[in-house]
Design a protein around this ligand. Sequence first.
Ligand SMILES: *Cc1c(COP(=O)(O)O)cnc(C)c1O
Length: 449
Amino acid sequence: MWRPPWSASRDRALLDLKMAAQRSTGKGPLTEDPQRAEALALDGLDSIAFARSLFQVDEGGTIYLDGNSLGMLPRRSLARVTQIVAEEWGRGLVRSWGAWVDLPGAVGDLLGEHLLGAAGGQTVVSDATTVNLYKLASAALDARPGRCVIVSDRANFPTDRYLLQGLVEARGMELRLVDFPEVEGPDADLLGPYLGPETALVSLSHVDYRSGALADMTAINQVIHASGALSLWDLCHSVGAVPIELDASGTDLAAGCTYKYLNGGPGSPAFLYVRRELQEGLRQPIWGWFGQADQFAMGQGYNPLPSIARFQSGSPAVLGIALVEEGVRLLAEIGIEAIRAKSLALTSFLIDLHDRWLAPMGFVLATPRDQARRGSQVCLRHPDAYHICRALLGDASVIADFRAPDRLRLGCAAPTTRFVDLYDAVHRLRRIMEDGGYLSLGPEPSRIT
Ligand SMILES: *Cc1c(COP(=O)(O)O)cnc(C)c1O
């Protein structure tokens, strides 16, 4: 178990580590800045430091702080891909479908058990997050006839707002977007007044993609249910980084992606969750044979399975789901509680570095200071964030990302990020700011930020 760096034994442990390191190298002080020594010592205390070696890591000096956008490659995924492609597909051919067909539900249950706080039979891996959110939102609207309003957050991730907009426009309904505080994000008390007998659905992100604010799922679900509406959560930025309790929090519906903290690989299929009591009463809009009872009878008329499988439509993306399984198994081995504890220690350390070095340079912290309200990233505002991010990606070899209009996002995926990475990244960032060369950088050659 991770020992929190704020525990009483911290100073003693740090001192022991520093002394041991000095004895072993015989080179005297490790570094001139005690804060870098502290970072190294914290890495020495890290009970999940072993996890980094389970990933393919670039040890050439690049610092990766974008695991919240695309997670790193688990080494075992390479072997799994070869197994599936060469053996199961190459040799097994169509016979392998016998096993593949169960993957969406099996990997969904694994995810539910270890990372979502969801009992079996409520989670399935399929499609993209956008598609899953659309399916669930559409099903929820059908289940609340006479109610004509969807409530969401004006700062919600764009795809969420677009798909909800598409739904209300097609149905002649209303999308009510709430302006929550920019850094702290959605809150039950602030949400309450926007809900009423006309509300069909409330759709929010568990962790805000820019600020990293973590919403209180249980309290918000209560307010939603008091109005008679259903709740739909986007878990893209929380799954694999924050312990989630879908069953205990009374969540109705949820979806999330698997290529961020779950390390499933680019475009890996997403997941969706539907609370068991609701499943039989909900119909998703894309009626396909993978949701059909007695699929291979090839019969007339759509008659969906009573289970979570009714939320599937077409053939599952087998390769992608197998890699999701690898990613989930890996996080399950490390343990989500240990991941969360280290993640909070990392983001706290980064916020300390910001306060000491970056705030005087014009950066403004745009992530909650309260640990209970924080996901696993730190967002910094700066008027030149775009160019600063580009300079980081250049010679500084720090991979972070920019989010319009003025935010630098620094992701702290706990299994692969070290404290010294954060120290060194901030050190390189300071050099960039002192040097000022970022101001003369030309336009971005890529359309991806
Ligand atoms: C990354 C992300 C998505 C992505 O949706 P896709 O359909 O997988 O492209 C959706 N919502 C949030 C909050 C995200 O962070």
